[in-house]
Design a protein around this ligand. Structure first.
Ligand code: FAD
Length: 495
């Protein structure tokens, strides 16, 4: 199997549909349901991309006579990381960076966790045979690789009461927890708040919220993977943003609504061979850092965001050229702001790659500092990118007759009055509709929220950075400097 074609992906999804609910009804076939079919096609397009002769070497690698997706390559050198980063950017370009959860993201996670599988051997509940969590994790990476799977993931508990621990909620199984162990696996019950891209083959479940150490909490410490159609597992989708409009009218929403779903586990059996971690609070809290998965995922993200920022720059400049506003200084300054953001993200990618080192599992791992900077910086700057596009487009981003309007009775008037200095009415409207879908439509609004939260709560991410960043040398330097000042003052007084 190794690298799938789009058709193979669609066939697999059709034969093993996840248990999805949209607007109160079960989605029998996500490849034909109006809320999911276009996204399924876009994913299929990504699978086909890796088979294009001119893309094959950039998007796949060869091992043992077979080809696999580049996002599953185990990087052993900085050159390998460079190849992976380039593949991330090429794939991101196909959605202008607006598809947050292409399979590449979870592939980075599974690759790092699979290579760092030894981490899971430290779990006390891991024993012989099928309860060998390290072997399970390693085999899972191989399974994903052999089948070119598409994964989703769900990390956070339902937003019931953030002031309380999971065990203090009205029902101990609102948050996902272990109910019982059986000979064939472990039964879990509860819910997870969010899984983007539920039209996936499998779901990966790890905790992200820091659990506090005590016996009561250990039932919430777990890591496992399951097919998205496992018995008892269901996905409640949010309202779709693909509302059946022509791609000319909704250029992003009609193709890249990756969906976000609330995930319910109604006594789901997780077979032992799919369990990677159990009951071990400390190991669960540090799983992403302990395997370096967080860094490989962040490296995918920084490349994706470069592609997205390039799209903002392209759309901004195209609008400026269309309406002839490029001579105004403040307009230039606004486009320049986007350029600065782009160059900062590019510099952080280079710094992460050039500063990469082999981790204890022999994986070339990008440097943490620049990646931490990127994942804290981009959520803060993204609303400004949105604003800049809106400020440059002004009323043009809202006064956009549709394709049907252009073909209707007022078509000739629309063609005349909505022409632009640098574009026909048709081209101008297509461009401004893109800017609208990037920033203002329901699709664009969700992107704004996504960028703020998808890697975690920005407040707690800042806190985590504060905690881990080694600030001591700089404090010492300041004290040393102040000491010198004091000494200089003493000398001056003596003179
Ligand atoms: C569009 C979108 C897609 C997403 N996709 C996925 C996905 O595919 N998989 C996945 O696992 N997750 C996903 N997430 C969830 C994401 O991981 C969370 O949004 C993020 O971790 C924040 O958690 P929360 O949303 O539960 O916010 P909450 O934790 O409920 O926070 C709400 C507010 O309370 C504050 N707050 C809460 N607790 C604390 C605390 N202890 N200390 C300080 N402040 C606190 C927060 O700062 C925030 O202002 C997605 C989120 C969005 C918006």
């Amino acid at each position: 199997m190794a690298t799938l074609t789009g058709q193979q992906f669609l066939d697999r999804l059709r034969h093993n549909p996840p248990t999805l609910y949209v607007d109160g009804a079960r989605v029998a076939d996500p490849t034909t349901h109006p809320a999911t079919r276009n996204m399924a096609r876009s994913l299929a397009g990504l699978y086909d991309l890796q088979h294009r002769p001119e893309m094959r070497d950039a998007l796949t690698f060869e091992e043992g006579g077979e080809r696999f997706p580049m996002s599953l390559l185990v990087p052993r050198s900085k050159e390998d990381l460079g190849r992976i980063g380039e593949a991330h950017r090429i794939r991101a370009n196909s959605s202008l960076g607006f598809l947050g959860r292409a399979p590449d993201y979870m592939n980075a996670n599974v690759m790092a966790a699979g290579m760092g599988a030894g981490y899971f051997a430290g779990c006390e509940a891991s024993g012989d045979g099928v309860r060998d969590f390290a072997a399970n994790m390693r085999r899972y990476y191989e399974f994903v690789r052999e089948n070119d799977l598409c994964l989703t993931h769900a990390l956070t508990n339902p937003q019931v009461n953030r002031a309380k621990q999971a065990s203090e909620l009205p029902d101990p199984y609102i948050a996902l927890g272990v109910v019982e162990e059986r000979e064939d696996g472990v039964v879990v019950r509860g819910a997870r708040m969010m899984a983007t891209l539920p039209i996936a083959d499998e779901i990966l479940v790890f905790p992200s919220t820091v659990l506090k150490e005590n016996a009561d909490k250990s039932r919430y410490a777990m890591g496992f993977a399951l097919p998205t159609n496992a018995p008892g597992l269901s996905f409640q989708c949010r309202e779709p943003f693909d509302v059946g409009r022509d791609p000319e009218d909704h250029p992003l929403g009609s193709r890249f609504d990756e969906q976000d779903a609330f995930v319910i586990f109604d006594d789901v059996l997780v077979p032992w061979e799919r369990v990677f971690l159990l009951y071990d609070v400390e190991l669960a809290n540090k799983a992403y850092a302990g395997t370096d998965a967080v860094l490989h995922m962040a490296y995918q993200v920084v490349n994706l965001k470069i592609a997205k920022t390039e799209a903002f720059l392209g759309a901004a400049q195209a609008m400026v050229e269309a309406v002839g506003s490029g001579g105004f200084q403040h307009v230039q300054s606004k486009v320049a702001e986007i350029i600065v953001t782009l160059e900062i993200m590019r510099a952080l990618e280079i710094a992460a790659r050039e500063g990469a080192t082999l981790n204890s599992y022999g994986v070339m791992t990008p440097a943490r500092g620049p990646l931490d900077a990127a994942r804290n910086y981009y959520p803060a700057v993204y609303p400004r990118l949105n604003e800049l596009l809106q400020l440059l487009g002004a009323s043009g981003i809202i006064m956009m007759p549709s394709k049907a309007d252009r073909e209707g009775p007022l078509g000739p008037m629309i063609t005349k009055y909505l022409q632009a200095a640098g574009a026909s009415a048709e081209d101008r409207l297509r461009l401004f509709r893109l800017a609208w879908d990037m920033t203002l439509s329901s699709f664009g609004g969700r992107q704004n929220l996504y960028e703020k939260f998808f890697f975690g709560d920005p407040v707690r991410m800042h806190s985590a950075l504060y905690e881990v960043y080694d600030k001591r040398p700089y404090v010492a330097r300041v004290h040393e400097f102040l000491g010198r000042v004091d000494r200089a003052a003493e000398v001056a007084a003596d003179d």
